[in-house]
Design a protein around this ligand. Sequence first.
Ligand SMILES: NC(=O)c1ccc[n+]([C@@H]2O[C@H](COP(=O)([O-])OP(=O)(O)OC[C@H]3O[C@@H](n4cnc5c(N)ncnc54)[C@H](O)[C@@H]3O)[C@@H](O)[C@H]2O)c1
Length: 363
Amino acid sequence: MSAKLPFEIDYKPHFGAKTDYGIGFIGTGGIVQYAHIPAYRKANFNIVACYDINAETAKNVAAQHHIPKVYESIDDLLADPKVEIVDIAVPPWEQLAIVEKVVAAKKHMLCQKPLSDTFSQAVKIVELAKQAGVKQAINQQMRWDAGIRASKDLINRGIIGQPTDAQIQVSVATPWHMWPWLAAVPRLEITFHSLHYLDALRYLFGDPEWVTSRHARYANQGAVKGETKTITVLDYASGLQILVSVNHYNEYADPFATFRFIGTEGAIDGTIGLMYNYPTGRPDTLEITSKQFGKGVKITPTLDDMWIPDAFVGTMASLMRAIETNSEPADNSTADNLNTLRIVNAAYLSAAENRSVRPSEIQ
Ligand SMILES: NC(=O)c1ccc[n+]([C@@H]2O[C@H](COP(=O)([O-])OP(=O)(O)OC[C@H]3O[C@@H](n4cnc5c(N)ncnc54)[C@H](O)[C@@H]3O)[C@@H](O)[C@H]2O)c1
């Protein structure tokens, strides 16, 4: 039996009163072109300038997307008073040096995920912004993916009762050619991909007590150095147990990317649309069952936002609200993101030492 929800799910980005802060990009590669720019255009945000270490890329992106100003140095972009928010989108090992310049220029910033590939550098990035008194958010945007945001609202409303079991399972053929520089990284899957799931799960359920993780490589992954298949288990003090299982080399079977959140009073089943054909994607799906609706009733609301571009609106809108209200970015402060990175690093320690690890071991 199908039915309708007796309320509207709150899953779209929330905006402050001011949304015309001038945005300047540092790095204008793939993710800026196919996600940031379409998102900001859709939300009517104000893109004013860009810079890329590859001047040709910056020039082409500016021409194609009508960005008014292209700079040939970071310093010149930061000296532009029209740039109020710096949007950084470079490989993680480049981020700290850029943040040092952004804080010196006293500009607010959206950092790219992962904050860094080194935990100590991530801590430094957070400290720098705090000392400079500027707002710093992270573009860890799965928290604004429609299926996750909707699940958060449903869990807050008590639809599933006390969460007892959560699973995210993904088995796809990932287009690794989009990031040639990733082939050389020793820590691949959890650092660059599963961290989205781990962060979204922290958003929904808070911090776990224990992290247990196992990592594998695919027989035919060639020059790609890091792990490409992982299983991570998070155990919570409440008894909640979470499974994140990801395989990036499903070359033959139908792809799947599912989440399932089960509680004492109901369950949410969904699909992560983006992962079926990255980066085009399709809308997420949701199927809700709950004691509140009666046994056998399944509710399947339609979610019309997509991870790309809509979730990228959410991270920037949150930073803008933080600037406007002089508060910490809601749901994407970099200080909070350190706890996601603790889980990421705990996962690697777990795999390396064949044991469960407390996130607090990572300091
Ligand atoms: N939030 C997400 O979901 C998401 C998705 C994909 C990539 N990313 C992240 O975004 C970042 C960029 O990824 P991408 O896919 O755009 O890669 P990309 O290789 O397409 O682009 C990276 C760009 O950064 C430029 N660059 C490198 N070092 C620089 C520096 N010091 N100063 C200025 N520009 C510099 C390069 O010239 C290139 O144009 C990575 O950290 C990646 O992890 C995030």
